[in-house]
Design a protein around this ligand. Structure first.
Ligand code: NAP
Length: 263
């Protein structure tokens, strides 16, 4: 069953910049109500919300560190307070390690920070929103399938020994998707994982030269270009629109073919 985006009420975490912003803007441009979550960059979040409003959607910004229980509580409370029942959660916010340290030198503090923001935050936010979706089911428009989308990474399975904590956090998001998909199916809540590959955002800015070489000179990717945030947004729009009504727990690779083993 198709769900027009104007029927969607969404929370997108980490929507001030990069992939999250592209997702929020796409939902807004299609007429949805979008909660633009951010952590520290208020100006960027306001800018995203303004773009959504200009394109015909509705937006609100909520500052909340999703790595904290207090932040998650406030995000859900503010979102439901303004827009009512949430029927789409996009767990997008995430961070890379501040230092790409060899596995033998991984700092405990970095490990804890990555796991808190990239895995624990999405897990407990999903738990809170899932309960809200179940409780407020009658307020969700008939025909709208509640959807939860987790933005993981090719790092869920590709081992980078200079940022092991990031890979572990994303592998955890992959299992988290399977768990919630299995648990929430009885409530007709669909859960998906989108695995972006190398995508042009602030996160990959510091390693641009390295990836330019790998993509354009060394043939790392079958599709020889960087991913763009809009590539991920298109996948989210397809899932939110009901493109896969008999699928849950599905992994969607948005990676230029990176996942294909080649000989
Ligand atoms: P980005 O450009 O660095 O943007 C990160 C976003 O997350 C910003 O909006 C930031 O908010 C927000 N954020 C960071 N920590 C947060 C926290 N504790 N609470 C709430 N929001 C927080 O990153 P991106 O490249 O768009 O990445 C988005 C997601 O895609 C991440 O989960 C990342 O791991 C994943 N991913 C990225 C790539 C890639 O190549 N770029 C590839 C695969 C997967 P502020 O603006 O307030 O800082």
């Amino acid at each position: 069953m198709e769900t027009p985006a104007q029927d969607r009420t969404a929370i997108v975490t980490g929507a001030s910049r990069g992939i999250g912003r592209a997702i929020a803007v796409a939902l807004g441009a299609a007429g949805g109500r979008v909660v633009v979550n951010y952590n520290s960059n208020k100006a960027a979040a306001d800018d995203c919300a303004a773009e959504i409003e200009q394109s015909g959607g509705q937006a609100m910004t909520v500052q909340a560190d999703i790595g904290t229980a207090e932040g998650r509580r406030r995000l859900v409370g503010d979102a439901v307070g303004r827009f009512g029942a949430i029927d789409l959660l996009v767990n997008n916010a995430g961070i890379a390690p501040k230092v790409r340290a060899d596995l033998l030198e991984t700092a405990e503090q970095s490990f804890d920070e990555l796991l808190a923001i990239n895995l624990k935050g999405p897990f407990f936010l999903t738990q809170a929103i899932a309960k809200q979706m179940i409780e407020h089911r009658s307020e969700i428009s008939p025909g709208v399938i509640p959807v939860i989308i987790n933005i993981s990474s090719v790092s869920a399975y590709a081992a980078s020994v200079n940022r092991g904590e990031y890979c572990i956090s994303k592998a955890g998001v992959a299992m988290m998707t399977q768990l919630f998909a299995a648990r929430l199916a009885e409530h007709s809540i669909h859960v998906y994982e989108i695995r972006p590959g190398i995508t042009a955002t602030d996160m990959t800015g510091p390693v641009k030269a390295k990836y330019d070489k790998m993509i354009f000179e060394e043939g790392l990717l079958p599709l020889r270009r960087w991913g763009q945030p809009e590539d991920v947004a298109k996948a989210v729009m397809a899932l939110a629109g009901g493109a896969l009504p008999y699928s849950t727990g599905q992994v969607i690779d948005v990676d230029g073919g990176f996942h294909i083993r080649r000989l």
